[in-house]
Design a protein around this ligand. Structure first.
Ligand SMILES: C[S@@+](CC[C@H](N)C(=O)[O-])C[C@H]1O[C@@H](n2cnc3c(N)ncnc32)[C@H](O)[C@@H]1O
Length: 219
């Protein structure tokens, strides 16, 4: 629970950062909470969310390929988002909005329930040292939030090159009856043919590291 005065400070930091994104910003703080994408951005077949989007190459690729889907990309680093927006402008894509947000500061109740048909988490910071695990944003309660905002039938995609984090997320998902493995009980894929390769996936491959992918469907 964040103290109200700290929350106010965090809000103003995020408000300032997001203001720089102009028309590409999802808007922070939201005009109304929770964000209601189907009301504020109507006319799309579906809504997708990428968390920790980095330089944005994955969401830019997906949005270009699927103009009928509206994407929200959340990333805490402003420089990365500004660079992604420059690319979005060059590509002329209308279907992405960005939110500069530290998911560890605010995430609960940010979006309306059953909003997203796809939630993408590619190569989140692994924080390998035990004393740093608290910085990881994926936890059982975070999965609870994702469960609320994902539509029934929607897919959660999680990719990493750090096996202990994979294992942790795997057991959260296995232990939550709202999710089932899209490819069969306990399936962890080492590679997904045809899936766009994000910057960090590319780095992992170059370094010869194994990669792991989970695809879970909301029941
Ligand atoms: C290892 S990079 C992966 C970037 C991209 N998804 C990829 O696969 O290339 C992790 C990204 O998540 C962002 N990130 C880490 N923790 C975050 C948090 N709590 N809230 C929002 N973004 C976060 C980092 O700033 C970074 O850009």
């Amino acid at each position: 629970m964040i103290q109200p005065d700290i929350q106010q400070k965090l809000f103003s930091i995020l408000e300032r950062k997001n203001a720089e994104l102009s028309e590409y910003s999802l808007g922070f703080p939201p005009e109304e909470t929770p964000y209601n994408l189907s009301r504020n951005f109507p006319g799309y077949e579906d809504y997708a969310l990428e968390l920790g989007s980095g330089w944005g190459e994955f969401v830019l690729h997906e949005a270009g390929k699927n103009p009928g889907i509206f994407y929200v990309a959340i990333e805490k680093k402003k420089k990365r988002v500004l660079r992604a927006i420059r690319r979005q402008k060059e590509l002329g894509l209308a279907n992405i909005r960005w939110l500069i947000l530290d998911i560890n500061w605010f995430f609960a109740n940010l979006f309306c329930q059953e909003q997203f048909s796809r939630v993408i988490i590619n190569f989140p910071d692994p924080w390998p040292k035990r004393r740093h695990h608290k910085h990881r944003f994926f936890s059982a309660s975070f999965l609870g939030e994702l469960t609320l905002i994902t539509k029934k039938g929607g897919i959660l995609e999680f990719a990493t090159d750090f096996y202990p984090y994979l294992e942790e997320v795997f057991w959260y998902l296995e232990g939550n009856p709202a999710w089932h493995n899209k490819y069969g009980r306990g399936v962890i894929l080492p590679h997904v043919e045809g899936r766009f390769v994000s910057y960090y996936e590319e780095q992992a491959r170059r370094a010869g590291l194994a990669t792991f992918f989970l695809f879970y469907q909301r029941v």
